[in-house]
Design a protein around this ligand. Structure first.
Ligand SMILES: Cc1cc2nc3c(=O)[nH]c(=O)nc-3n(C[C@H](O)[C@H](O)[C@H](O)COP(=O)(O)O)c2cc1C
Length: 277
């Protein structure tokens, strides 16, 4: 598929630029056309392929090469079952042949620093954030690699709704927490592309600019609503707010953001080795 078509699909809008001179690489086409997959074939992923996918994670950039993340490869069927039983509607994720859990990990370098005879004086919010960024980039690197060879994936932040249980099941020590799971498998569905905010909303030229924001969002809502309105079953908090007159993106995210989510998370982190100073 041509870049112009891929871009038009991503924004539900033609872009008046000539992309024809740009080399069409597999990876770029794969990134531009990506969509999450939530249904997988019962077909294994070889040890060799898994090794490559994990190496892709580790090839991501890492703040000062501190490598402050770890990856849990969940293989034991009993552990899969335990997580699956706890995760409600997200059970399908544990049917993927590979389920990874990306961990922000400030623990390993604390141990290394102490072992070398130094005091570790960076258990702070900056290190917390760097570890989360490292883990997220590692996950994204595997997402790109997996999708470029035809695998389907879906990140799973639902894992943080059961963070205490995951800690116990997977024996996570202090200074380590799951940022997200990642289900990986051969796709058994053709999901729809998710239309993104237009570039003039998300990118800013030299200076941050909110001019006409709400008008631009209204236009985006209209485009998405025309192609892919949010059905009742995917609308947030209809118990509180009722069914939306129009299932638009902005209505849905506003409903979602009006109710606090995971409000115990900071306390959990503080109890589990992250000082967040
Ligand atoms: C950090 C993160 C956590 C996510 N957690 C979940 C999840 O728990 N369950 C789920 O179904 N999708 C989850 N997703 C997938 C998003 O819902 C999805 O990326 C988004 O709706 C856009 O769709 P697309 O990936 O097909 O473009 C997550 C995505 C990210 C980046």
């Amino acid at each position: 598929m041509k870049f112009s078509k891929l871009i038009a699909d991503r924004y539900a809008e033609e872009i008046d630029l000539d992309f024809s001179k740009i080399q069409e690489t597999v990876i770029l086409k794969s990134i531009l056309s990506r969509r999450s997959i939530r249904k997988f074939l019962n077909k294994p992923i070889s040890k060799e392929l898994l090794t490559l996918l994990l190496a892709a994670s580790q090839s991501a950039p890492s703040k000062s090469n501190l490598q402050q993340y770890s990856i849990l490869v969940i293989q034991d069927q009993n552990i899969k079952n335990e997580i699956s039983d706890l995760i409600g509607n997200t059970k399908w994720a544990l049917t993927a042949p590979i389920f990874l859990i990306y961990l922000a990990d400030i623990r390993r370098n604390m141990k290394i620093t102490n072992d070398r005879g130094y005091d570790h004086k960076n258990n702070n919010v900056d290190t917390f954030m760097n570890s989360v960024i490292d883990a997220a980039l590692a996950m994204q690197s595997t997402i790109c690699a997996a999708e470029s060879i035809g695998l389907g994936v879906c990140p799973i932040s639902m894992i943080r709704n059961i963070i205490e249980e995951v800690k116990v099941i997977c024996e996570l020590p202090k200074g380590v927490f799951p940022i997200a799971g990642l289900a990986i498998g051969w796709p058994d569905e053709k999901s729809k592309i998710s239309i993104r905010l237009s570039q003039d909303i998300v990118t800013h030229l030299d200076k941050y600019n909110e001019k006409d924001l709400i008008n631009k969002i209204n236009k985006y809502d209209a485009k998405v609503f025309k192609k892919d309105p949010i059905p009742e079953k995917r609308q947030r908090h209809i118990d509180l707010y009722g069914v939306a007159k129009k299932g638009t993106w902005s209505e849905n995210i506003s409903r979602q953001l009006s109710i606090p989510e995971r409000s115990h998370f900071k306390n959990w982190l503080k109890k589990n080795g992250f000082n967040l100073e």
